[in-house]
Design a protein around this ligand. Structure first.
Ligand SMILES: Nc1ncnc2c1ncn2[C@@H]1O[C@H](COP(=O)(O)OP(=O)(O)OP(=O)(O)O)[C@@H](O)[C@H]1O
Ligand SMILES: [Mg+2]
Length: 244
């Protein structure tokens, strides 16, 4: 990769409670691409994303985001983060939530209804957020992340609980944003979504097991689908760990 990474993670160490979640992680995310962050539950995906957006206490190493140290005030409007659990206000409407986030990032009012429509919630814009279904609630969070058209989107399992039609629409939107230059780091448990990424990072127990293109991952493992490829990589890593 000849371009400067949008995110550089250098020997990052994160301890949460009494657990070393990321012992010494080094990886990078290219600009203007969709990078998928995959790995078993508990492997450290959310922890890495929290560190990238600067809300995670770290105990060593360095993260540079768009040329600045992660968490810098200057990144606040350039990077949007959709957390794994929806972080929106339940006692106001969908539109009021998105309008509030639009104001925070200085987005024009017109963007509010555009992103509500993009996430398939036009018919629910006036509904009280607390009365939405789980999948709808998570799409309000996504709309709030998208509304400022940030240079970088960090999306923690944005398609969880969504039906196949919506997932396809959301991925079409992610792809279009990346084509327009947005850097996207997105975590997922849905293996067919791996194929829609430009680059994949596979974590296991806080360590990088693989960083490659989807085609590279399939070629390296000789597998035909990502379920099989990731299982093979995780098992090979487990075996190597046991032998060490
Ligand atoms: N405050 C904490 N104290 C102790 N351990 C923690 C704390 N927060 C997170 N952990 C542990 O850190 C590890 C990584 O958690 P993280 O949420 O980053 O995983 P993940 O890959 O996002 O998992 P999932 O796919 O389930 O979302 C887990 O083992 C989790 O139990
Ligand atoms: Mg997580």
């Amino acid at each position: 990769m000849d371009s400067i990474p949008a995110i550089s993670v250098d020997h990052l160490r994160v301890v949460r409670g009494d657990r070393i979640v990321l012992p010494e992680l080094t990886c990078s995310v290219p600009p203007g691409r969709v990078t998928g962050l995959l790995g078993p539950s508990g492997s450290g995906k959310t922890t890495l994303m929290r560190a990238v957006v600067g809300v995670q206490r770290t105990s060593g190493g360095r993260i540079t985001v768009l040329g600045e140290p992660a968490g810098s005030a200057s990144l606040r409007h350039r990077v949007a983060y959709m957390t794994q659990a929806a972080s929106v206000y339940k006692d106001i409407s969908v539109r009021e939530n998105v309008t509030y986030f639009a104001r925070l990032v200085g987005a024009p009012r017109s963007r509010t209804d555009e992103v509500i429509d993009q996430v398939g919630l036009a018919a629910h814009a006036r509904q009280l957020t607390g009365t939405l279904s789980g999948g709808q609630l998570s799409r309000v969070s996504l709309a709030c992340a998208l509304v400022g058209d940030p240079e970088m989107l960090v999306l923690d399992e944005p398609t969880v609980g969504q039906d196949p039609v919506l997932r396809r629409e959301l991925w079409t939107d992610f792809r279009a944003r990346a084509a327009a230059g947005t850097t996207i780091l997105v975590s997922s448990h849905v293996m067919d979504e791996a194929a829609r990424c430009d680059e994949l990072l596979l974590l296991r127990e806080g360590r990088l097991v693989a960083q490659d293109t989807p085609a590279g991952i399939l070629a390296a493992t000789g597998c035909e689908d990502f379920d099989a490829a990731f299982l093979a990589l995780i098992e090979a890593d487990q075996t190597a760990g046991a032998g060490a």
